[in-house]
Design a protein around this ligand. Structure first.
Ligand SMILES: NC(=O)C1=CN([C@@H]2O[C@H](COP(=O)(O)OP(=O)(O)OC[C@H]3O[C@@H](n4cnc5c(N)ncnc54)[C@H](OP(=O)(O)O)[C@@H]3O)[C@@H](O)[C@H]2O)C=CC1
Ligand SMILES: O=C1O[C@H](COP(=O)(O)O)[C@@H](O)[C@H](O)[C@H]1O
Length: 489
Protein backbone atom coordinates (compact mmCIF):
# COMPACT_ATOMS: atom_id res chain seq x y z
CA UNK A 1 0.00 0.00 0.00
CA UNK A 2 1.43 3.42 -0.88
CA UNK A 3 1.40 6.30 1.57
CA UNK A 4 -1.33 8.00 -0.43
CA UNK A 5 -3.69 5.01 -0.36
CA UNK A 6 -4.45 5.58 3.29
CA UNK A 7 -4.83 9.34 2.96
CA UNK A 8 -8.07 11.15 2.28
CA UNK A 9 -8.19 14.75 1.06
CA UNK A 10 -7.59 17.13 3.97
CA UNK A 11 -7.76 20.75 4.88
CA UNK A 12 -4.55 21.32 6.82
CA UNK A 13 -5.06 24.40 8.99
CA UNK A 14 -1.91 25.84 10.57
CA UNK A 15 -2.72 28.12 13.49
CA UNK A 16 0.27 30.44 13.87
CA UNK A 17 1.23 30.02 10.19
CA UNK A 18 3.50 33.07 10.31
CA UNK A 19 5.34 32.01 13.45
CA UNK A 20 8.88 30.69 13.71
CA UNK A 21 8.06 26.97 13.75
CA UNK A 22 5.74 27.22 10.80
CA UNK A 23 8.20 29.19 8.70
CA UNK A 24 11.27 27.12 9.51
CA UNK A 25 9.80 23.64 9.80
CA UNK A 26 6.14 23.11 8.90
CA UNK A 27 5.97 24.86 5.51
CA UNK A 28 9.24 23.27 4.29
CA UNK A 29 8.02 19.86 5.53
CA UNK A 30 4.77 20.20 3.58
CA UNK A 31 6.67 21.34 0.50
CA UNK A 32 8.90 18.25 0.70
CA UNK A 33 5.81 16.04 0.94
CA UNK A 34 4.57 17.75 -2.21
CA UNK A 35 7.88 17.01 -3.93
CA UNK A 36 7.48 13.36 -2.97
CA UNK A 37 3.87 13.33 -4.22
CA UNK A 38 2.60 12.51 -0.73
CA UNK A 39 -0.16 15.07 -0.37
CA UNK A 40 -3.58 14.17 -1.69
CA UNK A 41 -4.33 16.12 -4.87
CA UNK A 42 -7.45 17.73 -3.35
CA UNK A 43 -5.89 18.75 -0.04
CA UNK A 44 -5.61 22.40 0.87
CA UNK A 45 -3.34 24.23 3.29
CA UNK A 46 -4.93 27.02 5.28
CA UNK A 47 -2.63 29.52 6.96
CA UNK A 48 -4.32 31.11 9.97
CA UNK A 49 -2.61 34.01 11.68
CA UNK A 50 -3.29 37.33 13.36
CA UNK A 51 -1.81 39.65 10.78
CA UNK A 52 -3.74 41.08 7.89
CA UNK A 53 -2.49 39.79 4.52
CA UNK A 54 -4.01 39.21 1.13
CA UNK A 55 -3.72 35.67 -0.21
CA UNK A 56 -1.07 36.84 -2.68
CA UNK A 57 1.00 38.44 0.09
CA UNK A 58 0.75 35.27 2.18
CA UNK A 59 1.79 33.13 -0.76
CA UNK A 60 4.85 35.25 -1.34
CA UNK A 61 5.79 34.92 2.37
CA UNK A 62 5.51 31.15 1.97
CA UNK A 63 7.76 31.19 -1.10
CA UNK A 64 10.30 33.39 0.66
CA UNK A 65 10.42 30.98 3.60
CA UNK A 66 10.79 27.96 1.38
CA UNK A 67 13.68 29.65 -0.34
CA UNK A 68 15.30 30.30 3.04
CA UNK A 69 14.61 27.02 4.77
CA UNK A 70 14.44 24.26 2.16
CA UNK A 71 17.94 22.87 1.77
CA UNK A 72 17.61 22.05 -1.92
CA UNK A 73 16.82 24.01 -5.05
CA UNK A 74 13.11 24.68 -5.24
CA UNK A 75 11.38 22.87 -8.09
CA UNK A 76 9.28 25.56 -9.82
CA UNK A 77 6.67 23.14 -11.14
CA UNK A 78 6.15 21.54 -7.75
CA UNK A 79 6.10 24.97 -6.15
CA UNK A 80 3.29 26.16 -8.42
CA UNK A 81 1.19 23.15 -7.52
CA UNK A 82 2.03 23.57 -3.81
CA UNK A 83 1.25 27.26 -3.70
CA UNK A 84 -2.12 26.72 -5.36
CA UNK A 85 -3.20 24.71 -2.34
CA UNK A 86 -2.94 27.73 -0.03
CA UNK A 87 -5.71 29.73 1.60
CA UNK A 88 -5.04 32.52 4.11
CA UNK A 89 -7.35 33.41 6.95
CA UNK A 90 -6.71 36.27 9.34
CA UNK A 91 -7.98 35.34 12.81
CA UNK A 92 -7.64 36.30 16.43
CA UNK A 93 -7.48 32.87 18.03
CA UNK A 94 -8.88 34.25 21.26
CA UNK A 95 -11.97 35.62 19.58
CA UNK A 96 -14.39 32.74 19.02
CA UNK A 97 -16.65 34.82 16.82
CA UNK A 98 -13.85 35.34 14.29
CA UNK A 99 -13.82 31.57 13.62
CA UNK A 100 -16.95 32.01 11.50
CA UNK A 101 -14.57 33.46 8.90
CA UNK A 102 -12.58 30.24 9.03
CA UNK A 103 -15.81 28.28 8.61
CA UNK A 104 -16.49 30.26 5.43
CA UNK A 105 -12.97 29.55 4.17
CA UNK A 106 -13.41 25.82 4.83
CA UNK A 107 -16.98 25.74 3.55
CA UNK A 108 -16.73 23.91 0.26
CA UNK A 109 -15.40 20.45 0.59
CA UNK A 110 -16.09 17.47 2.74
CA UNK A 111 -12.54 16.88 3.87
CA UNK A 112 -10.74 15.64 6.96
CA UNK A 113 -9.54 18.69 8.80
CA UNK A 114 -6.10 18.66 10.38
CA UNK A 115 -5.69 21.49 12.89
CA UNK A 116 -2.03 22.17 13.67
CA UNK A 117 -1.63 24.29 16.81
CA UNK A 118 1.67 26.09 16.19
CA UNK A 119 1.00 28.65 18.92
CA UNK A 120 1.76 28.98 22.61
CA UNK A 121 -0.06 26.11 24.40
CA UNK A 122 -1.86 28.64 26.61
CA UNK A 123 -4.26 29.36 23.73
CA UNK A 124 -4.96 25.78 22.59
CA UNK A 125 -8.19 25.89 24.63
CA UNK A 126 -9.28 29.17 22.97
CA UNK A 127 -8.68 27.72 19.52
CA UNK A 128 -10.75 24.63 20.37
CA UNK A 129 -13.56 26.83 21.63
CA UNK A 130 -13.50 28.90 18.46
CA UNK A 131 -13.58 25.78 16.28
CA UNK A 132 -16.48 24.31 18.24
CA UNK A 133 -18.41 27.57 18.17
CA UNK A 134 -18.09 27.69 14.38
CA UNK A 135 -19.13 24.05 14.16
CA UNK A 136 -15.78 23.06 12.72
CA UNK A 137 -15.10 19.81 14.57
CA UNK A 138 -16.15 16.45 13.16
CA UNK A 139 -15.25 12.97 14.39
CA UNK A 140 -12.76 12.47 11.57
CA UNK A 141 -10.85 15.71 12.25
CA UNK A 142 -7.43 15.71 13.89
CA UNK A 143 -5.55 18.10 16.12
CA UNK A 144 -1.77 18.38 16.30
CA UNK A 145 -0.32 19.84 19.49
CA UNK A 146 3.21 21.17 19.77
CA UNK A 147 5.38 20.66 22.80
CA UNK A 148 5.67 21.72 25.54
CA UNK A 149 2.32 20.44 26.74
CA UNK A 150 2.34 22.56 29.87
CA UNK A 151 4.98 23.60 32.32
CA UNK A 152 4.23 20.98 34.96
CA UNK A 153 1.90 18.05 35.51
CA UNK A 154 -0.85 20.38 36.68
CA UNK A 155 -0.69 22.72 33.69
CA UNK A 156 -0.39 19.81 31.24
CA UNK A 157 -3.57 18.29 32.71
CA UNK A 158 -5.29 21.63 32.27
CA UNK A 159 -4.24 21.96 28.61
CA UNK A 160 -5.10 18.34 27.82
CA UNK A 161 -8.48 18.77 29.54
CA UNK A 162 -9.23 21.87 27.49
CA UNK A 163 -8.45 20.09 24.24
CA UNK A 164 -10.08 16.78 25.19
CA UNK A 165 -13.43 18.52 25.64
CA UNK A 166 -13.47 18.80 21.86
CA UNK A 167 -11.14 16.12 20.50
CA UNK A 168 -10.85 12.49 21.61
CA UNK A 169 -7.45 10.94 22.33
CA UNK A 170 -7.71 9.13 18.97
CA UNK A 171 -7.98 12.50 17.23
CA UNK A 172 -5.04 14.04 19.14
CA UNK A 173 -1.45 14.02 17.85
CA UNK A 174 1.10 15.32 20.38
CA UNK A 175 4.39 16.15 18.71
CA UNK A 176 7.78 15.21 20.04
CA UNK A 177 9.89 15.85 16.97
CA UNK A 178 12.60 13.45 18.15
CA UNK A 179 10.16 10.61 17.37
CA UNK A 180 10.33 11.69 13.73
CA UNK A 181 14.11 11.49 13.54
CA UNK A 182 15.51 8.68 11.39
CA UNK A 183 17.98 7.52 14.02
CA UNK A 184 15.45 7.53 16.84
CA UNK A 185 13.09 5.40 14.75
CA UNK A 186 15.97 3.12 13.94
CA UNK A 187 16.14 2.19 17.62
CA UNK A 188 13.09 0.00 17.02
CA UNK A 189 14.79 -1.76 14.14
CA UNK A 190 18.11 -2.12 15.89
CA UNK A 191 16.49 -3.65 18.97
CA UNK A 192 13.76 -5.77 17.46
CA UNK A 193 15.08 -6.82 14.06
CA UNK A 194 18.47 -8.05 15.32
CA UNK A 195 18.42 -11.06 17.62
CA UNK A 196 22.00 -10.26 18.62
CA UNK A 197 20.72 -7.20 20.44
CA UNK A 198 17.20 -8.35 21.31
CA UNK A 199 18.65 -11.22 23.30
CA UNK A 200 21.31 -9.22 25.09
CA UNK A 201 19.34 -6.18 26.07
CA UNK A 202 19.00 -6.33 29.82
CA UNK A 203 20.76 -6.27 33.17
CA UNK A 204 22.51 -9.56 32.43
CA UNK A 205 24.43 -8.14 29.48
CA UNK A 206 24.40 -4.37 29.86
CA UNK A 207 26.45 -2.50 32.43
CA UNK A 208 25.07 0.98 31.84
CA UNK A 209 23.73 3.31 29.16
CA UNK A 210 24.71 6.89 28.34
CA UNK A 211 22.43 9.26 26.44
CA UNK A 212 23.95 12.59 25.43
CA UNK A 213 22.05 15.31 23.58
CA UNK A 214 24.52 18.17 23.35
CA UNK A 215 23.70 21.38 21.50
CA UNK A 216 26.20 24.04 20.53
CA UNK A 217 23.48 26.68 20.08
CA UNK A 218 22.60 29.00 22.91
CA UNK A 219 19.23 30.61 23.43
CA UNK A 220 18.90 32.10 19.93
CA UNK A 221 16.80 35.13 20.84
CA UNK A 222 14.27 33.07 22.86
CA UNK A 223 15.54 34.05 26.30
CA UNK A 224 12.09 34.92 27.70
CA UNK A 225 10.55 31.60 26.67
CA UNK A 226 13.58 29.55 27.63
CA UNK A 227 14.12 31.15 31.01
CA UNK A 228 10.62 30.07 32.06
CA UNK A 229 11.43 26.52 31.05
CA UNK A 230 15.09 25.50 31.42
CA UNK A 231 16.73 22.41 29.98
CA UNK A 232 14.88 19.90 32.14
CA UNK A 233 11.48 21.00 30.86
CA UNK A 234 12.69 21.89 27.36
CA UNK A 235 14.61 18.70 26.56
CA UNK A 236 14.56 16.05 29.30
CA UNK A 237 10.83 15.86 30.09
CA UNK A 238 10.13 15.15 26.44
CA UNK A 239 12.96 14.25 24.03
CA UNK A 240 15.34 12.45 26.40
CA UNK A 241 12.58 10.49 28.11
CA UNK A 242 11.19 9.45 24.74
CA UNK A 243 14.62 8.16 23.68
CA UNK A 244 15.03 6.43 27.04
CA UNK A 245 11.64 4.76 26.81
CA UNK A 246 12.28 3.44 23.27
CA UNK A 247 15.61 2.06 24.45
CA UNK A 248 14.30 0.44 27.58
CA UNK A 249 10.78 -0.72 26.70
CA UNK A 250 9.70 -4.33 26.41
CA UNK A 251 9.17 -5.60 22.86
CA UNK A 252 5.79 -4.29 21.69
CA UNK A 253 3.44 -6.84 20.11
CA UNK A 254 3.48 -4.85 16.87
CA UNK A 255 4.16 -1.33 15.63
CA UNK A 256 0.67 0.00 16.32
CA UNK A 257 0.29 3.18 18.35
CA UNK A 258 -1.46 1.23 21.15
CA UNK A 259 1.34 -1.33 21.49
CA UNK A 260 4.33 1.01 21.26
CA UNK A 261 2.87 3.72 23.47
CA UNK A 262 1.78 1.25 26.15
CA UNK A 263 5.33 -0.12 26.42
CA UNK A 264 6.93 3.32 26.51
CA UNK A 265 4.53 4.38 29.23
CA UNK A 266 5.51 1.45 31.45
CA UNK A 267 9.14 2.57 31.32
CA UNK A 268 8.39 6.18 32.20
CA UNK A 269 6.20 5.04 35.07
CA UNK A 270 8.96 2.71 36.32
CA UNK A 271 11.53 5.50 36.59
CA UNK A 272 12.78 5.71 40.14
CA UNK A 273 11.62 9.03 41.61
CA UNK A 274 14.26 11.66 42.23
CA UNK A 275 13.46 13.84 45.23
CA UNK A 276 15.10 15.96 47.90
CA UNK A 277 16.57 12.87 49.58
CA UNK A 278 18.54 11.63 46.57
CA UNK A 279 18.83 14.62 44.23
CA UNK A 280 22.39 15.50 45.19
CA UNK A 281 23.59 12.07 44.10
CA UNK A 282 21.48 11.82 40.97
CA UNK A 283 21.30 15.19 39.26
CA UNK A 284 23.66 17.97 38.21
CA UNK A 285 22.26 21.30 37.17
CA UNK A 286 24.39 23.72 35.16
CA UNK A 287 24.31 27.12 33.48
CA UNK A 288 26.77 28.26 30.81
CA UNK A 289 29.06 31.18 31.43
CA UNK A 290 31.15 33.16 28.91
CA UNK A 291 33.33 30.94 26.79
CA UNK A 292 34.51 30.03 23.30
CA UNK A 293 32.95 27.96 20.56
CA UNK A 294 35.26 27.00 17.74
CA UNK A 295 37.59 29.77 18.82
CA UNK A 296 34.92 32.47 18.86
CA UNK A 297 33.99 34.20 22.13
CA UNK A 298 30.34 33.67 23.08
CA UNK A 299 28.42 35.24 25.94
CA UNK A 300 27.26 33.33 28.99
CA UNK A 301 23.56 32.71 29.58
CA UNK A 302 23.24 35.73 31.88
CA UNK A 303 24.89 37.95 29.27
CA UNK A 304 22.63 36.90 26.40
CA UNK A 305 20.36 39.48 24.81
CA UNK A 306 17.30 40.15 26.99
CA UNK A 307 18.74 38.26 29.98
CA UNK A 308 17.86 38.81 33.59
CA UNK A 309 21.24 38.74 35.30
CA UNK A 310 19.85 36.94 38.38
CA UNK A 311 18.34 33.98 36.60
CA UNK A 312 18.89 30.56 38.12
CA UNK A 313 17.50 28.67 35.14
CA UNK A 314 19.52 25.63 34.11
CA UNK A 315 20.92 25.25 30.60
CA UNK A 316 22.47 21.86 31.36
CA UNK A 317 21.28 18.77 33.18
CA UNK A 318 22.97 15.44 33.88
CA UNK A 319 20.94 12.71 35.54
CA UNK A 320 21.57 9.23 36.77
CA UNK A 321 18.20 7.68 35.95
CA UNK A 322 17.20 4.23 37.14
CA UNK A 323 14.35 2.04 36.00
CA UNK A 324 12.76 -0.04 38.70
CA UNK A 325 11.81 -3.18 36.82
CA UNK A 326 13.06 -6.72 36.22
CA UNK A 327 14.91 -5.95 33.03
CA UNK A 328 16.87 -2.96 34.22
CA UNK A 329 17.41 -3.37 37.96
CA UNK A 330 20.91 -2.04 38.72
CA UNK A 331 21.57 -0.60 35.24
CA UNK A 332 21.96 3.18 35.36
CA UNK A 333 20.93 5.33 32.42
CA UNK A 334 23.10 8.44 32.52
CA UNK A 335 21.44 11.33 30.68
CA UNK A 336 23.01 14.66 29.86
CA UNK A 337 21.90 17.53 27.74
CA UNK A 338 22.89 21.15 27.50
CA UNK A 339 23.06 24.30 25.44
CA UNK A 340 26.34 25.86 24.30
CA UNK A 341 28.26 22.64 24.69
CA UNK A 342 31.37 21.94 22.68
CA UNK A 343 29.52 20.73 19.59
CA UNK A 344 26.15 19.50 18.39
CA UNK A 345 26.44 15.88 19.19
CA UNK A 346 23.75 13.43 20.21
CA UNK A 347 24.43 9.79 20.81
CA UNK A 348 23.50 6.78 22.85
CA UNK A 349 26.23 4.49 24.13
CA UNK A 350 25.32 1.05 25.40
CA UNK A 351 28.13 -0.31 27.56
CA UNK A 352 27.98 -4.08 27.71
CA UNK A 353 29.40 -5.99 30.66
CA UNK A 354 33.03 -7.04 30.75
CA UNK A 355 33.91 -10.67 30.15
CA UNK A 356 33.91 -12.52 33.48
CA UNK A 357 37.38 -14.00 32.83
CA UNK A 358 40.28 -12.78 30.71
CA UNK A 359 42.36 -15.32 28.77
CA UNK A 360 44.20 -12.60 26.82
CA UNK A 361 46.10 -11.09 29.75
CA UNK A 362 49.33 -11.00 27.71
CA UNK A 363 47.76 -8.51 25.36
CA UNK A 364 45.23 -6.76 27.58
CA UNK A 365 45.35 -6.83 31.35
CA UNK A 366 41.84 -5.41 31.50
CA UNK A 367 39.67 -6.50 28.56
CA UNK A 368 37.53 -3.57 27.36
CA UNK A 369 33.82 -4.28 27.26
CA UNK A 370 31.85 -4.09 24.00
CA UNK A 371 30.23 -0.76 23.32
CA UNK A 372 27.37 -0.05 20.96
CA UNK A 373 27.21 3.58 19.92
CA UNK A 374 24.13 4.93 18.20
CA UNK A 375 24.95 8.30 16.65
CA UNK A 376 21.67 10.23 16.60
CA UNK A 377 22.95 13.42 14.99
CA UNK A 378 24.96 14.61 13.15
CA UNK A 379 26.92 11.94 11.26
CA UNK A 380 24.15 9.42 11.90
CA UNK A 381 25.18 5.81 12.29
CA UNK A 382 25.69 2.76 14.45
CA UNK A 383 29.07 1.62 15.69
CA UNK A 384 30.05 -1.53 17.56
CA UNK A 385 33.33 -1.66 19.44
CA UNK A 386 34.72 -5.13 19.72
CA UNK A 387 37.97 -6.98 20.23
CA UNK A 388 39.86 -8.46 17.30
CA UNK A 389 43.11 -10.39 16.80
CA UNK A 390 45.90 -8.39 15.23
CA UNK A 391 46.97 -10.49 12.22
CA UNK A 392 50.45 -11.94 12.54
CA UNK A 393 52.57 -15.04 13.13
CA UNK A 394 53.59 -14.31 16.71
CA UNK A 395 52.65 -17.17 19.04
CA UNK A 396 51.51 -14.66 21.63
CA UNK A 397 47.95 -13.70 20.70
CA UNK A 398 47.85 -9.93 20.18
CA UNK A 399 44.44 -8.35 20.24
CA UNK A 400 43.06 -4.86 19.90
CA UNK A 401 39.83 -2.92 20.09
CA UNK A 402 38.28 -2.22 16.65
CA UNK A 403 34.96 -0.98 15.47
CA UNK A 404 32.31 -1.99 12.99
CA UNK A 405 30.96 1.28 11.71
CA UNK A 406 27.67 1.59 9.86
CA UNK A 407 27.67 5.20 8.73
CA UNK A 408 24.30 6.12 7.26
CA UNK A 409 25.75 8.73 4.91
CA UNK A 410 28.10 6.14 3.38
CA UNK A 411 25.61 3.28 3.32
CA UNK A 412 22.61 5.22 2.04
CA UNK A 413 24.45 7.68 -0.19
CA UNK A 414 21.56 8.47 -2.48
CA UNK A 415 18.91 8.82 0.19
CA UNK A 416 17.82 12.29 1.17
CA UNK A 417 17.69 12.78 4.94
CA UNK A 418 14.03 13.31 5.74
CA UNK A 419 13.32 16.00 8.31
CA UNK A 420 11.44 14.88 11.42
CA UNK A 421 8.56 17.28 10.77
CA UNK A 422 8.10 15.94 7.26
CA UNK A 423 7.64 12.41 8.55
CA UNK A 424 5.39 13.46 11.40
CA UNK A 425 3.20 15.58 9.15
CA UNK A 426 2.78 12.62 6.80
CA UNK A 427 1.83 10.35 9.70
CA UNK A 428 -0.86 12.83 10.77
CA UNK A 429 -2.24 12.93 7.22
CA UNK A 430 -2.24 9.13 7.17
CA UNK A 431 -3.92 8.97 10.59
CA UNK A 432 -1.16 6.96 12.29
CA UNK A 433 -0.54 7.89 15.93
CA UNK A 434 2.45 5.59 16.57
CA UNK A 435 4.99 8.41 16.45
CA UNK A 436 3.01 10.71 18.72
CA UNK A 437 2.96 10.90 22.48
CA UNK A 438 -0.06 9.77 24.45
CA UNK A 439 -1.57 11.85 27.22
CA UNK A 440 -0.55 9.21 29.77
CA UNK A 441 3.07 9.43 28.65
CA UNK A 442 3.09 13.22 28.92
CA UNK A 443 1.64 13.05 32.40
CA UNK A 444 3.98 10.30 33.59
CA UNK A 445 6.95 12.28 32.26
CA UNK A 446 5.81 15.43 34.04
CA UNK A 447 5.31 13.52 37.29
CA UNK A 448 8.96 12.44 37.19
CA UNK A 449 10.31 15.83 36.04
CA UNK A 450 8.21 17.80 38.54
CA UNK A 451 9.70 15.86 41.40
CA UNK A 452 13.21 16.95 40.30
CA UNK A 453 12.11 20.57 39.94
CA UNK A 454 10.48 20.46 43.37
CA UNK A 455 13.65 18.98 44.88
CA UNK A 456 15.75 21.77 43.33
CA UNK A 457 13.42 24.28 44.93
CA UNK A 458 13.39 22.77 48.37
CA UNK A 459 17.15 22.28 48.45
CA UNK A 460 17.79 25.73 46.93
CA UNK A 461 19.93 24.12 44.24
CA UNK A 462 21.67 26.78 42.16
CA UNK A 463 23.05 25.76 38.73
CA UNK A 464 26.77 25.16 38.56
CA UNK A 465 28.61 27.26 35.99
CA UNK A 466 30.29 25.71 32.95
CA UNK A 467 32.18 27.54 30.26
CA UNK A 468 30.35 27.80 26.94
CA UNK A 469 32.13 25.41 24.59
CA UNK A 470 32.83 22.80 27.28
CA UNK A 471 31.06 19.51 28.12
CA UNK A 472 29.24 20.87 31.16
CA UNK A 473 30.06 21.43 34.82
CA UNK A 474 32.82 19.39 36.46
CA UNK A 475 30.18 17.98 38.79
CA UNK A 476 28.70 16.06 35.86
CA UNK A 477 31.99 14.19 35.55
CA UNK A 478 31.86 13.36 39.26
CA UNK A 479 28.25 12.16 38.91
CA UNK A 480 29.37 9.24 36.77
CA UNK A 481 32.90 8.91 38.20
CA UNK A 482 31.38 8.08 41.60
CA UNK A 483 30.19 4.85 39.96
CA UNK A 484 33.66 4.20 38.51
CA UNK A 485 32.56 5.10 35.03
CA UNK A 486 33.19 7.98 32.66
CA UNK A 487 31.36 9.86 29.93
CA UNK A 488 32.30 8.93 26.40
CA UNK A 489 33.55 12.13 24.78
N1 LIG B 1 10.13 27.43 17.04
C1 LIG B 1 10.58 26.20 17.27
O1 LIG B 1 11.64 25.77 16.79
C2 LIG B 1 9.80 25.27 18.14
C3 LIG B 1 8.54 25.61 18.59
N2 LIG B 1 7.82 24.72 19.34
C4 LIG B 1 6.46 25.06 19.80
O2 LIG B 1 5.68 25.46 18.69
C5 LIG B 1 4.73 26.44 19.07
C6 LIG B 1 4.94 27.69 18.21
O3 LIG B 1 6.24 28.17 18.45
P1 LIG B 1 6.89 29.34 17.59
O4 LIG B 1 6.49 29.23 16.18
O5 LIG B 1 8.32 29.35 17.94
O6 LIG B 1 6.20 30.61 18.24
P2 LIG B 1 5.93 32.01 17.54
O7 LIG B 1 5.63 32.97 18.64
O8 LIG B 1 6.99 32.34 16.58
O9 LIG B 1 4.61 31.73 16.71
C7 LIG B 1 3.34 31.66 17.30
C8 LIG B 1 2.38 32.30 16.35
O10 LIG B 1 1.09 32.27 16.96
C9 LIG B 1 0.48 33.52 16.71
N3 LIG B 1 -0.49 33.87 17.74
C10 LIG B 1 -0.30 33.91 19.07
N4 LIG B 1 -1.45 34.30 19.68
C11 LIG B 1 -2.34 34.52 18.71
C12 LIG B 1 -3.70 34.95 18.68
N5 LIG B 1 -4.38 35.19 19.81
N6 LIG B 1 -4.32 35.08 17.51
C13 LIG B 1 -3.66 34.82 16.35
N7 LIG B 1 -2.37 34.43 16.29
C14 LIG B 1 -1.74 34.28 17.47
C15 LIG B 1 1.61 34.51 16.73
O11 LIG B 1 1.20 35.62 15.99
P3 LIG B 1 1.94 37.05 16.12
O12 LIG B 1 3.24 36.83 15.43
O13 LIG B 1 1.02 37.95 15.45
O14 LIG B 1 2.08 37.28 17.60
C16 LIG B 1 2.74 33.75 16.06
O15 LIG B 1 2.77 33.93 14.69
C17 LIG B 1 4.97 26.69 20.55
O16 LIG B 1 4.11 25.83 21.27
C18 LIG B 1 6.41 26.24 20.74
O17 LIG B 1 6.66 25.85 22.07
C19 LIG B 1 8.30 23.48 19.64
C20 LIG B 1 9.56 23.09 19.22
C21 LIG B 1 10.41 23.95 18.46
O1 LIG C 1 12.42 21.02 21.19
C1 LIG C 1 13.51 21.54 21.17
O2 LIG C 1 14.48 20.98 20.41
C2 LIG C 1 15.61 21.73 19.99
C3 LIG C 1 16.65 20.71 19.56
O3 LIG C 1 16.15 20.01 18.45
P1 LIG C 1 17.15 19.36 17.38
O4 LIG C 1 16.24 18.68 16.42
O5 LIG C 1 17.95 20.48 16.80
O6 LIG C 1 18.01 18.42 18.14
C4 LIG C 1 16.13 22.62 21.10
O7 LIG C 1 17.17 23.46 20.60
C5 LIG C 1 15.01 23.47 21.62
O8 LIG C 1 15.49 24.26 22.71
C6 LIG C 1 13.86 22.62 22.09
O9 LIG C 1 12.74 23.43 22.41
Amino acid sequence: MSNLDCQSASDIVIFGALGDLSRRKLLPALYQLEVSGLIHKDSRIVGAARQEHSLEEFKSIVVENLTNFVNETIDEQVLTCFINRFVYQQLDFKDSASFNLLADALANGNKTRVYYFSTPPSIYGDICQGLAQANLINDADRVVMEKPIGHSLESSIEINNQVSKYFTEKQTYRIDHYLGKETVLNLLVLRFANSLFTNNWDRNSIDHVQITVAESVGIEGRWGFYDEAGQLRDMVQNHLLQILSLLAMEPPADLSAESVRAEKLKVIRALKPINRENIKDKVVRGQYSDGFLEGVAVPGYLNEEGANANSNTETFVAIKAEIDNWRWKGVPFYLRTGKRMQKKHSEIVIHFKQQPHNIFKDSYSDLPANKLTIRLQPDEGVELQMMNKIPGIASQMLIQENKLDLSFSDTYKDQRVVDAYERLMLEVLNGNQSLFVSRDEVEAAWTWADSIIEAWKTTNEVPKPYAAGSWGPVASISLIARDDRQWVE
